[in-house]
Design a protein. Structure first.
Length: 221
């Protein structure tokens, strides 16, 4: 089961949210603070910081429907975008999307401090070296996806000789490599790339989040 965190939530999580910004990232001082900032939610120090910061940059996964996606026009859509709109409305925070073309690019941007926080991210030991986490606000199961001609798999070690696709840089990639070093993992660019490789017979199984698999039901021939 994977737990995903957003680096901000409602009032009780703002301390974590702001600590994440202050401790983890290098900032450029700006003076164009949002005049709509709901100051009742923040301490004086937090208000001063936010006014200096001005704009907060958020990193996202550009190809992770239905949770989030950047369209060809650069529009941010999906479940996380709905959470973001509620947060912006309640807080008055000025949040912009830092646009990337892949999850790998997103992770590199976060490490380079080009964005201030992730919208959705699972906790891993490697990521804890450069970021802090809020309380999880979304918990979901992870599953193996296969064509109909494949039998049900009750234990991943039973298919250690098979090719298992996993999105490069996802938390599941790191977790599976550490827990099951003997299985044959095949990194793919994104979930869609993995499903296409599965359909083409280039891999035998695809590791994916169960809600995402339901969303993409019918994608395989």
């Amino acid at each position: 089961m994977i737990r995903l965190s957003l680096s901000m939530k409602l009032k009780k999580f703002f301390t974590i949210f702001l600590t994440f910004f202050v401790v983890i990232l290098t900032f450029q001082t700006r003076v164009n603070a949002s005049e709509a900032l709901n100051e009742s939610l923040f301490t004086p120090d937090e208000i001063e910081y936010l006014k200096k910061k001005g704009v907060l940059k958020m990193c996202v996964d550009p190809l992770w429907e239905p949770f989030e996606k950047l369209t060809e026009k650069g529009e941010y859509i999906g479940m996380a975008s709905s959470y973001l709109e509620v947060i912006k409305k309640k807080t008055g925070l000025n949040i912009e999307i830092y646009k990337t073309t892949s999850w790998t690019e997103t992770v590199e941007a976060a490490k380079a401090r080009k964005c201030d926080f992730y919208s959705l991210v699972a906790k891993t030991p490697e990521r804890e070296e450069y970021m802090l986490y809020s309380t999880p606000y979304l918990v979901m199961d992870n599953a193996l996806v296969a064509k109909n001609d494949k039998p049900f798999v009750s234990n991943i070690l039973l298919i250690r000789d098979k090719k298992i696709g996993v999105v490069d840089g996802y938390a599941t990639h790191e977790m599976l490599k550490k827990k099951y070093p003997e299985i044959n993992l095949v990194p793919v660019k994104n979930p869609k790339d993995g499903l296409l490789k599965l359909a083409a017979g280039e891999i035998d199984y695809m590791n994916d989040f169960l809600p995402r698999r339901v969303f993409t039901s019918g994608s395989l021939p």
